[in-house]
Design a protein around this ligand. Structure first.
Ligand code: PHE
Length: 420
């Protein structure tokens, strides 16, 4: 801490301290209180001389006492400290206290000097000193090149799922919910998939070690499904002509498509009109390449009404994909055990120019609907979410988004196409 003398301090240093001056007057013979009181420095001088034990008072007479004598010839500690302070030297804490309380010294506030022409970085000193009032702030340069910062954001899949769900809700669909593991009955048998169908082998689907089997299945539905598979039941179809196994139907697998959700919902919603969807994960034992993954998302959906045709299905796709901005669509007939007629949906990749299969669909067959007791028409589909996003975001390798090989740069920079 550095100090400077106050005006009073300066005056005392020049003319001596009031107590010293008083002492001098007394030593020169002025001893009567009445005379001393006339001196301009009397009251302060008297107080300190008394406090220091320099004087004693008897009636009207003041006399120099004890240490007063040496005080006459020696510099007092207070005076010495005042001198030190004047010269910028340090002073002991006792003197410092006294000089401060007598307001003979004051702290020297360090001056803050700011030499720049503009303020680039605001500091506490700039605010305290008031420099900010007169020195201009540096202007922002929005064009300057800076390192890129990546803050948290939604993953492209989550963005896509949220957007697609919103579109389907807008189109009047309700969401289906269910489990990723399920009995083969709901994944395959209810879909009129014969039990020796290649898609039902371990080449294609993942089974569970524990639990291996579901405990119970809905009895009446099991009966109806068995009849349809074996002989067509009451549908007029001849079925697949084999002995249907209830044990195979009980096996638990990772669902290979979300059409298993549809079969669960068909048990509860048998009367038209109905519209349901899901955007959920499925698992297939595929070989991973540019367009295939072992787990991916399907956009499942179905509409139940009377007098539906394949045209309604095509119209639904034109509307749905149109809302995403995908206009280039092609439909190609295909076979599914559970739909007739059926067709695949192709979309054109904007960068590759190639037609990419983005979905499969059809009208549920009699063999599929009859066991549920449904007589209305049902159009249904399963669309590929990642491939749909490929068309929207222009990427050409599905592995960019999933798993250990995903392209982090792509995920960071992928544009937000919609607001939701
Ligand atoms: N389950 C079919 C698939 O995974 C899609 C589909 C669903 C087709 C419903 C027709 C009806 O490819």
């Amino acid at each position: 801490m550095s100090y400077q003398l106050t005006k009073e301090g300066e005056e005392y240093l020049e003319k001596d301290l009031p107590e010293a001056r008083l002492l001098k007057e007394i030593s020169l013979g002025k001893k009567s209180m009445r005379d001393l009181q006339k001196l301009p420095f009397f009251s302060i001088g008297f107080m300190w001389a008394k406090k220091n034990g320099w004087i004693s008072v008897k009636g009207d007479i003041v006399e120099i006492a004890g240490s007063g004598k040496s005080a006459l010839i020696r510099k007092s500690p207070v005076e010495a400290a005042l001198e030190s302070a004047k010269n910028g030297n340090t002073i002991d804490t006792d003197s410092e206290k006294i000089l401060l309380s007598r307001k003979l010294i004051e702290e020297v506030k360090e001056k803050f000097e700011f030499k720049e022409k503009e303020i680039a970085q605001l500091t506490p000193e700039i605010i305290k000193s008031g420099v900010w009032r007169s020195v201009p702030f540096r202007k922002y340069d929005a064009a300057v090149q800076v390192p890129e910062e990546y803050s948290g954001r939604k993953h492209i899949l989550r963005m896509g799922i949220d957007t697609i769900k919103r579109i389907l809700v807008e189109m009047g669909f309700k969401e289906m919910e269910g489990t990723m593991i399920d009995a083969e009955f709901f994944v395959n048998d209810c879909l009129f998939m014969p039990q020796d169908h290649p898609a039902r082998t371990h080449w294609d689907q993942f089974s569970l070690k524990n639990p291996k089997m579901i405990k119970a299945l809905p009895q009446q539905l099991v009966k109806n499904v068995k009849a349809v598979h074996e002989s067509g039941g009451i549908t007029g179809s001849i079925g697949w002509g084999y002995e249907w196994s209830g044990e195979i139907a009980k096996k638990i697998v990772l669902r290979g498509h979300t059409t298993s959700l549809t079969t669960h919902y068909l048990m509860d919603y048998k009367n038209p009109p109905q519209r349901f969807f899901s955007v959920d994960k499925v698992f297939r034992n595929d070989t991973i390449d540019k367009t295939h993954l072992l787990e991916f998302y399907q956009i499942e959906g179905w509409v139940m009404d009377s007098n539906l045709t394949i045209r309604d299905l095509m119209g639904t796709f034109r509307e749905f994909y149109g809302k995403l901005g995908i206009k280039d669509l092609k439909f190609k007939p295909v076979f599914n055990p559970y739909t007739e007629p059926s067709f695949e949906i192709f979309g054109r990749h904007p960068k590759l120019g190639k037609w990419l299969e983005i979905g499969n669909s059809g009208m549920f067959r009699e063999e599929m609907l009859q066991p549920f007791g449904i007589t209305a028409d049902v159009i249904a589909w399963g669309l590929a979410l990642e491939r749909t996003l490929m068309l929207l975001y222009n990427y050409d390798d599905i592995r960019n988004l999933h798993g250990t090989l995903c392209d982090i740069d792509f995920l960071r920079k992928v544009p937000v196409l919609w607001k939701y």
